[in-house]
Design a protein. Structure first.
Length: 40
């Protein structure tokens, strides 16, 4: 996660797909899918 975070800080977009809330906590923005749709 440290490497992904550093890469993102240098202007690269990183997409992480996870079911783990601890991994998701590293992100600045989180999108949730519910029944195949983006939930707001």
């Amino acid at each position: 996660m440290k490497l992904l975070k550093e890469t993102n800080e240098h202007g690269k977009t990183i997409i992480v797909v996870t079911h783990d809330p601890q991994v998701a906590s590293y992100t600045k923005r989180t999108f949730r899918l519910v029944d195949g749709r983006v939930a707001v």
